[in-house]
Write a protein that binds this ligand. Structure first.
Ligand code: MG
Length: 388
């Protein structure tokens, strides 16, 4: 039984995960006290959130921001200050991209549990983050729906033989490879099941998101890559599953909504009714379909497996090159199919660093991003088709 209110801070409170987390907290007001809220540039929404949740600290990219009753912090340093504040029982890291890595490390160093919605943290530095969490006795509870599902299924990780990660298949599941590679930004942003930020929606269209999730799962659960399987499940009802050594399979099911994984992560190990809207009904769902992913059509998944198995800085390169290519696609500079070609070319040219330090990870990340953009620029100039 939790008798005192759990003290929580949210990094990325105005984003998709952050706003849904506050909806959960609003339903569980007697369970939570908000210590700090941090956003990037959406300070108007941050102000409205402060009126309701009254945090002690706020942080944004606006150095001039003033909010009555709260101490204002600024930028990356502000995020680190929040994460070193031992008033916190748990910090929800829901910022996007590499911004999540340093605050997560700071929270772990200070012995504060982390609800992790930022997969880049583990893709970039899982080999540093997870051992540090173990050393400090800190819980890293995944918010990503698939990993949250696996977290709920596991009782004894040493007896788990396989992780089975489900994928909805995105908007191009039943389209041809050619249709997918030449899709418009609007078509690629039209995800059939999940309403998310733009970057992750494009990653879901190419299935790179699933590849990044395989790497995330490898680090979170210490499972070798050949024991992590991806299966396409268009209904997004089975959020993932595990197979024990005796062949027993345990899956976690639920309607596709991020409220549940968020609530699970921030209330763990307790469970509350919270934001549950209606009871689950097998007869309403009627059928669940599963199929093997088409790696020929979605080569990004294979590329992520390869980078993961290579290890070291390969996943830093994968993440940075993919992200820059996704931005170029969103800005209509390249085609959807070019994202894979550019990312795989960057990986091919990458000089591997086997066990990079945090500083080296940030350096490599920066360098890969510059080189990826050079490749994109030259590609435009030469006007050659990169699609293979
Ligand atoms: Mg996911």
């Amino acid at each position: 039984m939790v008798t005192n209110k759990r003290k929580i801070s949210i990094l990325g409170s105005t984003g998709s995960i952050g706003t849904q987390a506050l909806e959960v907290i609003d339903r569980l007001q007697d369970k939570f006290e908000v210590v700090a809220l941090a956003c990037g540039n959406n300070t108007e929404l941050l102000k409205r959130q402060c009126e309701v949740f009254k945090p002690k600290y706020v942080c944004s990219n606006d150095a001039a921001l003033k909010i009555d009753g709260a101490q204002t912090l600024y930028g990356a340093q502000g995020l680190n200050e929040i994460c070193s504040n031992k008033e916190n029982d748990i910090i929800l890291v829901a910022v996007s991209g590499k911004t999540g890595l340093k605050p997560t490390l700071t929270a772990i160093e200070n012995g504060i549990d982390v609800a992790l919605a930022n997969k880049e943290t583990l893709v970039m530095a899982g080999d540093i983050v997870m051992p540090l969490a173990k050393e400090k006795g800190v819980n890293i509870i995944p918010v990503d729906s698939e990993h949250c599902a696996i977290h709920q299924c596991i009782k004894d990780i040493t007896r788990v033989d396989k992780l089975i990660i489900t994928a909805s298949g995105g908007p191009f599941l039943h389209k041809s490879k050619n249709q997918m590679n030449n899709a418009t930004v609007e078509e690629a942003l039209c995800h059939p099941k999940w309403n998310m930020g733009k970057k992750i929606t494009i990653d879901s269209a190419t299935l790179m998101n699933k590849g990044l999730e395989v790497i995330e799962a490898h680090h979170l659960f210490g499972m070798p890559y050949d024991k992590i399987e991806v299966v396409v499940h268009p209904q997004s009802i089975v959020h993932s599953a595990i197979e024990y050594v005796d062949g027993s399979v345990i899956a976690q099911l639920g309607i596709p909504s991020m409220h549940l994984p968020i609530q699970y992560a921030i209330t763990y190990p307790e469970r509350y009714e919270g934001i549950k809207s209606k009871s689950f009904s097998f007869s309403e769902i009627a059928r669940l379909d599963f199929e093997k992913p088409d790696f020929e059509k979605f080569p990004a998944v294979k590329l992520a497996y390869e980078a993961g198995k290579t290890g070291g800085s390969a996943t830093v390169c994968l993440n940075a090159a993919n992200e820059e290519a996704v931005f170029a696609f969103l800005n209509k500079k390249i085609k959807l199919g070019d994202i894979y070609t550019i990312t795989s070319q960057m990986l091919k040219n990458h000089k591997l660093v086997k066990a990079p330090s945090i500083d080296e990870i940030f350096e490599i990340d920066k360098e890969v991003r510059i080189k990826t953009n050079e490749l994109i620029k030259n590609y435009k100039k030469e006007n050659k088709c990169l699609i293979i």
